[in-house]
Write a protein that binds this ligand. Structure first.
Ligand code: SF4
Length: 195
């Protein structure tokens, strides 16, 4: 058993939340029953689905390609990382994979870049082609932001998964995020008495 292995696979959503605030991943991994689904989250899920339907009509030109296979809602997994996820869109070109994630937002954050890198790493394991780049499609801005799947992003994925394994095994609550403005509309705020 390696240091990245745990009883159940982590999800890419767990990973993204961990990067955003380690305490969110603690609540999700160690106290899963307390997680509310807020109205904001419900609206976000509905819009996300609508946007993905529209995405089916877009062309490969958006990704700088003339041809390739376009797949939607692709399940990806990695036994090495002990990670699973469902990717919004995967482009299989002759010599590369391109991962695409849709966000109901006008800008993106580091946690979403890490999420994209995790999808890329899993897709590489499944399709045996390199995934050197991906896109975050921002539905509110109607633009696709290209993200390089760098070695730095890949290291962040691996170290975050190790941290999550420790949190799950010890059930110790991490410190709150340094970025306290994130707490303002956090669904877990009532469980964090120190922010
Ligand atoms: S309220 Fe702040 S510290 Fe607590 S889980 Fe949310 S973001 Fe993290």
């Amino acid at each position: 058993m390696t240091s990245l292995e745990a009883a159940q696979p982590f999800t890419v959503t767990d990973l993204k939340q961990h990067i955003y605030c380690q305490r969110i991943s603690y609540f999700h991994l160690c106290l899963p029953d307390i997680r509310p689904v807020t109205r904001k989250m419900s609206i976000g899920i509905e819009r996300h689905v609508d946007e993905r339907k529209r995405a089916a009509r877009r062309t490969m030109a958006m990704y700088g390609l003339t041809e390739g296979e376009l797949l939607f809602d692709v399940d990806v997994t990695s036994s090495r990382l002990n990670l699973v996820g469902r990717l919004d869109q995967l482009v299989i070109a002759a010599d590369e994979l391109i991962v695409v994630d849709y966000k109901v937002a006008s800008r993106h954050g580091k946690h979403q870049e890490v999420q994209l890198a995790a999808y890329a790493m899993m897709a590489e394991e499944s399709y045996l082609l390199p995934a050197k780049r991906g896109f975050i499609y921002l539905t509110k801005a109607k633009k696709a932001v290209e993200i390089r799947i760098s070695s730095q992003l890949r290291k962040i994925v691996e170290s975050a998964l190790q941290e999550m394994t420790v949190i799950q095994q010890t059930e110790r609550m991490p410190q709150p995020t340094e970025w306290r403005q994130r707490c303002l509309d956090c669904e877990f705020r009532r469980f964090c008495n120190d922010v």
